[in-house]
Ligand binder design. Structure first.
Ligand SMILES: Cc1cc2nc3c(=O)[nH]c(=O)nc-3n(C[C@H](O)[C@H](O)[C@H](O)COP(=O)(O)OP(=O)(O)OC[C@H]3O[C@@H](n4cnc5c(N)ncnc54)[C@H](O)[C@@H]3O)c2cc1C
Length: 505
């Protein structure tokens, strides 16, 4: 139970951040009878990078952050969604939309046969990228970069085609690579480490969206956490952790002037926040921790939702895949760094997310540039793109809702990846607790960027919350009660341990 002390509040544990890792930490603690904690959240909203947004006057919502449950088997997000009936309506809005149409800049649709051939080759190449880590294969080139490897290999695969066929296929590969850039969360695949690419584990099963919204998964966890344990609008300014007052308390100081005294702090803020908050710790974090923060990559991925008064594509089209001719763009001497006239070339598709709404994704410096534009400018640029690819007049969208994850003070980007020069060992180091001389974990780290195989995902974030909650329970002798539940978590820890082992070898 938190109690007031002189000018601050005393509690056993402070959890910094009310994203899914913070909320899952709290839910796990409560489930095991431990309620002496407070969650301090900087913003006025719970969810962090899960953000389901209700559209005024419409009976649907859009996801500004997490979108899909990535896989089924061993995915705790899927389990929560399934057990609570959140997936039942998943086909309701889709209707008969099933066709993904690949179109060139001049509005020509590419044959499904060619797309399928390229898909197959691309799938094999991505699998090869994963094999370097998973099968411990030495790298074939001097460079440890997914982008360079894919470029070399794709060039080899296209060698025997005529110029015309080569150009078409390269546009398809380039579209796939832009999508992979978003999936990886980087600016360019040349930034992503080839030797570590395979440490991200894909869970088996399809990728589901959640019709009532991703927020509803969070709400289920949240319903178990006492409301009074959560403080919104409490941005943590500094964690004083070296010689805490009374010897056993850390002091957590907020921007609003409030102070909290705690024995343990669990930090769940994004890697982007860690990279940009040099004064968050007094004294600074140990050298290994700072190195891990610096070495790992954290990119910006954004979405643009365009609202029209009526559907703009045929009734069976689910996704319009955009085949930009980037080689021609370069040949024509267009300067690719002129972002005002090229940012939208990073959008690789528009997906019909509701009958009259299409959503495009983009990442990296183009996404950051897009965040600086007015909605009117985005509407006009995207309308021009759609007009070109659909080869017909398209009205200006009546509404644009775009994200600004790069500009957000509370995330400073979207999700993490293993950058060239970093390794999974850095993810593991980031997730390790700071322990005092009495073996007490004083500062613990959770959040997507601390999971060695599920980084960048909601399920990864949730499991790191369980990991740190269990650490607290173990330390404070609540472990007996936690055993039953943590059996499940133990499988994941085992997996993490295997990765550590592998990294150590
Ligand atoms: C555009 C986008 C699409 C995505 N798509 C998917 C997807 O399809 N599937 C999937 O599984 N994952 C997806 N993700 C990733 C997923 O959303 C994240 O991995 C996950 O939500 C991270 O949760 P977290 O708790 O680690 O961090 P966060 O959600 O970032 O929570 C951290 C919290 O800390 C708070 N905070 C920050 N600084 C402070 C401070 N100083 N003091 C107090 N509080 C602070 C923040 O406000 C935030 O609420 C996507 C993310 C984005 C941005």
């Amino acid at each position: 139970m938190a109690t007031d002390v002189h000018e601050g509040i005393k509690t056993k544990v402070i959890i910094v951040g009310a994203g899914i890792s913070g909320i899952s930490t709290a839910e796990f603690l409560v489930r095991n009878g431990f309620t002496d904690f407070k969650i301090l959240e900087a913003s006025d909203r719970i969810g962090g990078r899960i953000w389901t947004y209700d559209i005024e006057g419409k009976d649907f919502r859009i996801e500004l952050g997490a979108n899909w449950i990535h896989g089924i088997e061993r995915n705790p997000i899927y389990t929560i969604a399934d057990e609570n009936g959140l997936l039942q309506l998943r086909y309701k809005d889709k209707g008969l939309r099933h066709r993904n149409v690949f179109v060139t800049e001049s509005g020509e649709e590419v044959s499904a046969k060619i797309v399928k051939e390229c898909d197959f080759t691309y799938g094999l190449l991505i699998q090869q990228c994963e094999d370097f880590y998973q099968m411990d294969i030495p790298l074939p080139y001097d460079t440890d970069s997914v982008g360079e490897y894919m470029k070399e290999e794709i060039e080899g695969k296209l060698e025997n085609y005529s110029d015309e066929e080569k150009r078409l296929r390269s546009m398809i590969f380039s579209q796939h690579l832009k999508q992979e850039t978003v999936v990886s969360g980087c600016n360019d695949l040349c930034d992503v480490s080839l030797s570590e690419f395979g440490c991200y584990e894909e869970l088996p099963g399809v990728h589901y969206t959640i019709p009532p919204g991703f927020q509803s998964v969070l709400d289920i966890l949240l319903s178990k956490v006492p409301q009074e344990n959560i403080e919104l609008d409490h941005q943590v300014k500094c964690i004083h952790w070296d010689k805490p007052e009374n010897d056993s308390y850390l002091i957590v100081e907020c921007n609003n002037g409030k102070k909290f005294y705690a024995e343990h702090v669990i930090l769940t803020v994004s890697l982007g926040v860690l990279k940009n908050s040099h004064d968050l710790f007094n004294p600074p974090l140990p050298k290994e921790k700072i190195e891990a923060v610096d070495k790992l990559g954290f990119g910006t991925v954004d979405k643009i939702n365009l609202f029209f008064d009526e559907p703009i594509v045929e009734s069976d089209v689910f996704r319009l895949e955009l085949l930009w001719d980037d080689d021609k763009h370069k040949e024509q001497g267009r300067n690719p760094v002129d972002l005002a006239n090229s940012w939208y070339r990073k959008i690789y598709s528009f997906e019909v997310t509701h009958e009259n709404v299409v959503t495009g994704w983009l990442c990296g410096k183009e996404a950051i540039y897009m965040e600086s534009l007015s909605e009117e400018q985005i509407a006009e640029d995207c309308r021009n793109v759609l007009q070109k690819f659909l080869k017909k007049d398209i009205p200006l969208p009546s509404k644009v809702i775009r994200t600004k994850w790069g500009d957000s003070d509370t995330t400073k980007g979207s999700y993490c990846y293993i950058k060239v020069g970093a390794s999974v060992q850095d993810v593991i180091s980031l997730g390790e607790p700071i322990i005092d001389g009495n073996q007490k974990p004083v500062i613990m780290f959770a959040g997507e960027a601390t999971h060695p195989s599920f980084y960048s995902t909601t399920h990864g974030a949730l499991l790191t919350g369980h990991r740190e909650a269990k650490r607290i329970l173990d330390y404070t002798n609540y472990s007996q009660k936690a055993t039953n539940y943590s059996q499940k978590g133990a499988n994941y820890s085992q997996k993490g341990a295997n990765y550590c082992q592998k990294a150590a070898n």
